[in-house]
Design a protein around this ligand. Structure first.
Ligand code: ADP
Ligand code: ZN
Ligand code: ZN
Length: 672
């Protein structure tokens, strides 16, 4: 980690302590004579004006004048040292993601007091688990085959297993079985199940509890700092045997991790885009490799990368091709919107209206999907054409009606809708353009006034409690029609759901980024998979202006593997991932000329090497965000090149003005 040349041998009691900072290096401290230390030990050290929690990383090598070096305050021996595999993982992840070591450690120690402040007596975790009383499903033939294969993997070191089964095939039951075996094998084994989104954990937790008889430890951004502390400590001491968490749970200091599960592995919420940029699914695979344990990637629509790795036999593929029991896959019908007459300012076509009415009359539930929060994505003045735009972002302000205001969905800026148009002073001239989920709710309420309608959208105002309330109401049959954004697409199991309607199936195809087709396919397939999961037959309606698009055709024909094969060929021809590697550079700052100059300087000093192509700079599609101008460059490299090193050297050689930031995004998912 040190870059200093030929360090002189230092005192035997000098150690480099890594601290949760934004820096790439730790600081050297002296250990008191009677303080036993080893790499990984948790310590507190004086830092700045206060104390900081840190980890003993290496022998110290810094040349600090005698008397200047500070002394370690104390060790936290109630927690085991951070293991060698964990420290190696942190070193590796910092390298791979071009992130400072200190920032990486910040994810291990997310709160400064996480280990130093105590827990309350109420913070109990299920430590002793009676594995004989688990109420696991008795698995069917193919499920059993998959479960047996996974059970063997528990004792054979590192492996990546792709559990690829259609929605409702029992993938969750299969990995529950593996978790039970992991718990049974050893009373210290810990398991982490990662879910991409908080909304998913509501139903998951109650299902988990009914099978296992206890609640797993939960880790996500919604839990309180006190609860985080308690959970972190239980994870570090090994008390918490099963953790269900968001991507950040991957970096916690498990005492004895034995199995990793990443459910919905294709989900792009696994990509963290703020702070340290990383992909939690890829990091899970890496962590499993360092820990020498199995990881299970679970999906009905695996990412192209994972699918490809399975085809190359790097991953073990376990398939569940049909739904459990008598449930069948839903029929998918395309509604060709070019040929369908829809009333003005109406967004639900007559065939879909009919299907919703029939479902309601039959006593079944329906779901309507539209990936747009609020009432309308744009508010326009009919008199002068004025459009309401965010002052700090290159995006329109979204009209909300439930909490009446205009909102920027990029920076969160809010303002009142004015009485008169700022452009021409006309009154009553505003026209909302296009639909958001609130507008759909209004429309459905008009043609089905007797329906009980629920809304599920990831509004900043909606917390975990509100989300879980809506999902519970839907599970209990208290909602007839659930209208929502991508939150409703994932994982949920609503027994009586008969109809799924997609308002704008083409929405994700616009913009044409690398994964537009793949992600649209995954999303629409996941959505379809919510329908008809038990006795009621499911039917899916896709409203599309591009009914001939390969994505729509693959969905209707159900021929997923042909679609994936075509995508793979296209990627290979374009020399794109998984056949090559990408890294993006995002330059941003408050002064556009400075940003542009820094971006041009990057291009002028771009590394040259065979198999490396640099594209850009160009203004980002989202060229202004939170008042900062943004430019992008993209590096595409042959797989054999050491892309993280190339990027790091390149970026470190730059000397932009202090207000300009240069960020590296390895394996970018978003190109905005
Ligand atoms: P997936 O995770 O593949 O979407 P689930 O594990 O959620 O599938 O299973 C779908 C439904 O079928 C759930 O209600 C589940 O409890 C049930 N199920 C699946 N396999 C079995 C089984 N072997 N015995 C009983 N119920 C099962
Ligand atoms: Zn106007
Ligand atoms: Zn904004």
């Amino acid at each position: 980690m040190k870059t200093a040349s030929a360090p002189a041998p230092q005192a035997a009691n000098q150690w480099e302590i890594l601290l949760p900072t934004a820096l790439d290096h730790g600081f050297d401290y002296l250990a008191p004579a009677d303080m036993p230390l080893e790499p990984g030990t948790l310590v507190t050290v004086p830092f700045g004006r206060s104390e900081s929690l840190g980890i003993v990383w290496n022998k110290g090598t810094a040349n600090v004048p005698p008397g200047k070096m500070k002394t370690i305050a104390r060790t936290l021996t109630q927690f085991p040292p951070l293991s060698k595999p964990m420290r190696d993982f942190i070193d590796w992840a910092a390298w791979y993601n071009c992130a400072p070591h200190g920032a990486m450690l910040k994810m291990v120690i997310p709160i400064p007091t996480i280990a130093t402040e105590g827990r309350t007596r109420a913070d109990a975790f299920a430590t002793h688990i009676d594995t004989d009383t688990l109420k696991l499903a008795s698995l069917s033939g193919l499920q059993k085959d998959a479960a047996t294969a996974l059970e063997h993997k528990l004792t054979s070191g590192f492996s990546v297993n792709l559990l690829d089964g259609v929605t409702g095939s029992g993938k969750t039951e299969v990995y529950f079985d593996t978790i039970a075996h992991a718990l049974k094998a050893n009373h210290t084994n810990q398991v982490l199940v990662m879910l991409p989104e908080i909304a998913l954990s509501v139903q998951f937790l109650s299902r988990f509890e009914s099978r296992f008889g206890f609640a797993p430890a939960l880790w996500n951004s919604e839990i309180t700092p006190a609860r985080k502390r308690a959970t972190w400590q239980a994870i570090a001491t090994g008390e918490a045997r099963i953790v269900v968490g968001a991507r950040s749970a991957l970096f916690l200091p498990y005492k004895h991790l034995s199995l990793l599960v990443a459910d919905e592995e294709h989900d792009s919420s696994y990509k963290q885009t703020e702070g340290v940029i990383y992909h939690a699914r890829d990091m899970a695979v890496a962590r499993a490799r360092f820990e020498q344990i199995p990881v299970i990637l679970v999906s009905a629509t695996p990412s192209l990368e994972s699918h490809y790795n399975a085809k190359q036999h790097k991953y073990t593929e376990l398939s569940l091709p049909s739904r459990h029991g008598a449930a069948e896959m839903p029929d998918i019908e395309l509604i060709d919107m070019r040929q369908t007459l829809v009333e003005r300012d109406s967004f639900v076509s007559p065939p879909l209206r009919q299907a919703l009415a029939d479902s309601l009359a039959g006593g079944h539930q329906s779901m309507l999907f539209l990936n747009r929060r609020g009432y309308a994505p744009l508010l326009l003045c009919r008199a002068c054409g004025h459009r309401f735009q965010c002052a700090s972002c290159s995006s329109w302000l979204v009209l909300h009606r439930s909490k009446p205001r205009l909102e920027c969905h990029h920076c969160g800026h809010r303002e009142k809708v004015p009485d008169a148009c700022p452009g021409c002073q006309a009154e009553d001239s505003f026209h909302p353009c296009g639909p958001g989920v609130e507008r759909l709710q209004e429309e459905v309420g008009k043609f089905l006034p007797q329906a009980r309608i629920g809304i599920l959208a990831s509004d900043s105002a909606t917390g975990f409690a509100e989300i879980s309330q809506t999902i519970t109401a839907m599970s209990e049959g208290k909602i007839d029609i659930l209208i929502g954004t991508q939150m409703i697409a994932k994982g949920h199991h609503f027994a009586d759901l008969a109809v799924v309607g997609v308002i704008d199936a083409d929405l994700g195809l616009a913009g044409g980024d690398l994964r537009a087709s793949e992600h649209t396919y995954q999303l629409l397939h996941q959505l379809s998979g919510r329908a008809g999961r038990e006795s009621v037959r499911g039917k899916v309606y896709l409203q599309s202006y591009l009914p001939d698009h390969p994505v729509m055709q693959a969905l209707v024909s159900g021929d997923r593997d042909r679609f994936l094969a075509a995508e793979l060929t296209a990627r290979q021809n374009a020399h794109m991932p998984p056949f090559a590697r990408l890294a993006a550079i995002i330059v941003d700052g408050e002064k556009e000329d400075q940003v542009m100059r820094a971006a041009n300087q990057l291009a002028a000093t771009a590394p040259r090497s065979p198999g490396l192509h640099i594209l850009g700079p160009a203004p980002a599609p989202l060229s202004l965000l939170r008042g900062r101008f943004r430019y992008r460059l993209l590096a595409r490299a042959d797989r054999k090149l050491n892309l993280p090193d190339i990027m790091k050297q390149w970026v470190q050689s730059q000397q932009p003005p202090a207000s300009v930031r240069i960020k590296t995004d390895i394996d970018p998912i978003s190109f905005l």
